[in-house]
Design a protein around this ligand. Sequence first.
Ligand code: SAH
Ligand code: SF4
Ligand code: F3S
Length: 434
Amino acid sequence: MTAPKKLFIKTYGCQMNVYDSERMVEALGEQGYVETKTAEDADMILLNTCHIREKAAEKVYSELGRLKPLKALNPNLKIGVAGCVAQAEGEEIMRRQPAVDLVVGPQSYHRLPQMEAKTREGSKALDTDFPEEDKFEHLKSRPKAKRAPAAFLTVQEGCDKFCAFCVVPYTRGAEVSRPAAQLLDEARNLVGRGVRELTLLGQNVNAYHGGMTLAALIRELAKIDGLERIRYTTSHPNDMGDDLIAAHGEIEKLMPYLHLPVQSGSDHILKRMNRSHTAESYLRLIEKIRAARPDIVMSGDFIVGFPEESDADFEATMELVRQVRYGYAYSFKYSTRPGTPAAERAQVDPAVADARLQRLQGLIFEQQQEIQQGMVGRELSVLVEKPGRNPGQMVGKSEYLHAVHIDEANAAIGDIARVGIVGAQRNSLTAREI
Ligand code: SAH
Ligand code: SF4
Ligand code: F3S
């Protein structure tokens, strides 16, 4: 028997990339690869990349520069680039960094085994098609390996929304939902391997329509014994159907946390972003969601310094944040992406954008701390995921997605522990089992 080849895979960007990386490991596993956690002993290095902001894309080239010398140490080493930079820049990557042997776009991962074989013959391999066939159907391996208690499940690929700032519709292609039967099958397999919490993934996951709505899919998933928690992300305000809102009040396994990005609080900017909702419609929507599930913790994304954003536009964003009271929110300085409509417009002075970002992040931080502090003294449920840093400590997630450290824990990985919250730190809570 020959020794297994080793695969080192590094994942950037969103959770969809995390899910895809797992599938690539499985696909190359069939080619005799086992995963390694260090680049130095790898026979194949794959960077699963993100193109969402300029910094994310540039990281890839600096990482490739660092990895290149490893080829001198291991002549068998092949280097590949997958993900959204691969899709956006294609052959250009091999031109900029000749050490790259393989470039594969997000919809072609099922072709990786053939591409790997091609690189072993000494050729370069490039595939950035949007093929007719479904990559997931072809990646349907059935490994029996045990899994961590919380897992992702991509239920939808791509995006048709074309927000004026965003590369995703170009890098991931058109919005496609995976058939519900395929997903229920995969979910049962995951639960059989130890998974207790599933996060359903899609760029507009609430627009899911693989033979049923997302709410109906969640209802079906909730019937699976052993699956205790269901989450979904990311949602678009325009696709938040009444059945999904109702599900938050009715399905116990559906966790009280919702990531619902709004991007801006200014209707003028929202219009220029091609978001097709207003600040007011977003606020009304949150009222409806909170009526169905009063304790729900809201999360969002914001872009500051979008072209033409005035002081008044930015103040409208601050006002919206004050009204919503977010448990979590992610805010970014607008980054010009080549090929997107907003790239052609008058850009905001970067120093002004920086100052706005600081103010927004300050406000978000205050809200977040208030909600964290409000958890002290409450009883929560924690899905235990791993041992903590201190002896006897375990770490997991609350139903609201807080990281919770349980001291002197009896609970094991995969258990759902009832805890009392005794303290709140910047990014986590501490707790005792009840
Ligand atoms: N599909 C999701 C989010 C996808 S990208 C949605 O529609 O909400 C994640 C976040 O990155 C976005 O919500 C947005 O806030 C941010 N983002 C996307 N493009 C960006 C750009 N060009 N500059 C800065 N931030 C951006
Ligand atoms: Fe990008 Fe908009 Fe699609 Fe989200 S909805 S992925 S921000 S184009
Ligand atoms: Fe990045 Fe692609 Fe996800 S651009 S955010 S990895 S869909």
